[in-house]
Write a protein that binds this ligand. Sequence first.
Ligand code: ZN
Length: 218
Amino acid sequence: MNKCVMCGADIDEKSGKYYCETCEEKMRYVKKLSMVDKAEKLILKKSRDKKEIPDEEVLKYSKVVRERISNGIDKFSSVPEVIAAIQMQRINLEYETQKMIAGTKVDFYIPEIKIIFEVDGSIYHSDKDKTFLRDRQIMKEVGEKWEIVHINSDKIPKYTWNLRDTLPFVVLQRNDKWRFRDSEFDSDFLMDFDSLEKYLRRQKRNENTGLLKANRAT
Ligand SMILES: [Zn+2]
């Protein structure tokens, strides 16, 4: 008999492991929580540059995500996914993580906007055809009213503060550009939303200064 190096419990020699199952489970849990710590740090660092999201708010919602992991509600496979979850908590957008659909797990299943949100690694997924086929299988199961949006993890957190509006915008852009259900440029469309917002803000500002000048003239 081997002994678990963490707690000393007996383990089956044939398993070739150093830890018992209980300790292994605990370590998995700690690893998941440390992903939230990393996400929290990253988000605080990046939002400090922008000064738009107060730190307390980030901490408040990362706590919610931590609790959801503890309660077995959420599972994540990467830090950017955790960041996106914190951002969705902040705007009260409900989601399910790692939902099993058509024999495969999807990152975020978001009923309110009927979108499946996939966070892709920063290296562009090499097998485009495979992704396309996988997405078609998923669509077949969830139905035609749903869409799947693929966003590159390097766009998180900067462009993902308002997924309730930006994900449907990506779908609209896709359709506008004759790219119905083609997710290749999803990340670019997401960034377009940001430019559009900035443009509108500038317009608004100009309008206001215009009004100010007009008022002064009278
Ligand atoms: Zn143990």
